[in-house]
Design a protein around this ligand. Structure first.
Ligand SMILES: Nc1ncnc2c1ncn2[C@@H]1O[C@H](COP(=O)(O)OP(=O)(O)O)[C@@H](O)[C@H]1O
Ligand SMILES: [Mg+2]
Length: 408
């Protein structure tokens, strides 16, 4: 039995001060845990140290740090509360010492990767900043037999208490960083969506509307030229042919003006369907439902008003979903419903057509604004989600769930 305990006061002081040094160094969680494991074995004459931390659910322990060579298993060993010695310590909040013959202890669980057969004695203590506030479990093992005294256990417990707050902070810090990153990605996607919308609008103005106006102006010039040529023909007066040419040119110009007007309307409609302003969302959806000649769409829509951008998004999704039903499903009828359930607006479009395998589309890049990818994007930009339930031969149910705080 080794006499080199954890309880040598000098060692103890050195361990605690070096641990404080490690945790104040502001490293990331993995580095802190790894550093602490190394310090503990080094200072306490134990052979290995495992640090198991509770995961975000608080229901499972995950190995987050260990002395080499077990550091390579970090993230790979998981235990439920109550499973194995560490799980038992986590569930009960009390330390466990097993001096010998671990296999005989009902709490012990043999995990081949951790090579329990190479080690004889072990001590396992909760890592908790205060009682009942468990962060994880710290285990030390020795190759040779060792009696862990009450003072040893107390010291390990203090180490656990010292690192608990830091671990908790590092975890919170990680969560915050993750959230910040998600916000950044979100902002980026908003900008991309805006850019795509601007490009679409610019394209429609450039390729459609301004081209029409250019030709319109050309036809008007031709008409003008026929009626009042810059160099009048000898004899002056306009012939019947001139008048016919002018009339024809003006006729073409008018047709182009009509086209330009139609295209302007549709470009604006691309921004916000005017029907929404006139009728509100439920009536607009009802009118949309009636606009597919080959499809009998039953509508079940609660009366409600939502912020303009949410209405636009829902309308667009319904529009695309119903055209998908008409285009792809082969169904003769469909159902559209709009409802409010536990703080969410839910839009559902259901058909009993041919169905498809949504997982095969998952990787398809989504051109912003269109198709299933565009629908998902619209829903996610509003903090919601798109669900596609479909199977070949079993129809399709598409559901968009969007959280809305104040339902007007
Ligand atoms: N209601 C539906 N019934 C059957 N297949 C569908 C339905 N909706 C979508 N799909 C399938 O999913 C594919 C992707 O749809 P979408 O992203 O809207 O692109 P697009 O309509 O341009 O093909 C469609 O090509 C079709 O195969
Ligand atoms: Mg489509």
């Amino acid at each position: 039995m080794s006499r080199l305990g954890l309880t040598d006061p000098e060692r103890e002081a050195r361990l605690l001060s070096r641990i404080i040094e490690t945790i104040s160094a502001g490293l990331d969680l993995g580095e802190i845990v790894q550093g602490v494991a190394a310090l503990i074995t080094e200072t306490t004459e134990t052979d290995i140290c495992f640090v198991h931390l509770l995961d975000d659910t608080g229901r499972r322990l995950v190995l987050r740090g260990a002395t080499p060579p077990f550091d390579e298993l970090s993230g790979q060993i998981e235990l439920d509360l109550g499973e194995g010695v560490a799980g038992w310590v986590a569930a009960h909040g009390r330390p466990v010492v097993i001096d010998d013959d671990k296999l005989a202890d009902p709490r012990y669980k043999y995990i081949p990767e951790l090579r329990g057969e190479d080690f004889t004695s072990m001590c396992s203590v909760p890592i908790a900043a205060r009682p009942g506030h468990l962060v994880g479990v710290l285990n030390v093992h020795t190759r040779v037999h060792r009696v862990f005294t009450y003072a040893d256990v107390e010291l390990l417990h203090s180490v656990g208490g010292l690192i608990a707050g830091t671990i908790e902070n590092a975890r919170l810090h990680g969560l915050l960083a993750e959230r910040e990153e998600a916000m950044e990605r979100f902002a980026e996607r908003v900008v991309l969506a805006q850019e795509a919308e601007r490009r679409r609008l610019a394209g429609e103005i450039h390729d459609g509307i301004s081209q029409r106006i250019v030709s319109l102006s050309y036809h008007l010039s031709a008409a003008l030229d026929a009626l009042a040529p810059e160099t009048p023909p000898p004899g002056g007066g306009r012939t019947v042919t001139d008048l016919r040419v002018a009339a024809e040119q003006i006729g073409r110009a008018r047709a182009l003006a009509d086209d330009a007007l139609r295209e302007t309307r549709s470009a604006i409609e691309g921004l916000r369907p005017p029907v929404l302003d006139d009728l509100g969302l439920p009536a607009s959806l009802a009118s949309l439902a009636r606009s597919f000649p080959s499809l009998a769409v039953e509508a079940d829509l609660v009366p409600l008003r939502l912020p303009g951008h949410v209405e636009t998004a829902i309308y667009r999704v319904a529009q695309e979903a119903l055209s998908n039903v008409a285009k792809h499903s082969g169904a003769g009828s469909a159902l559209i419903s709009l409802a409010v359930r536990s703080g969410n607006v839910e839009l559902e479009i259901e058909d009993d057509g041919v169905g498809f395998d949504p997982s095969r589309l998952a990787e398809r890049p989504a051109p912003t604004g269109y198709g299933l990818g565009g629908m998902r994007e619209r829903a996610e930009l509003l903090g919601g989600r798109l669900e596609v339930h479909s199977r070949r031969g079993a129809g399709t149910l598409l559901r968009v769930v969007i959280p809305v705080r104040d339902l007007a």
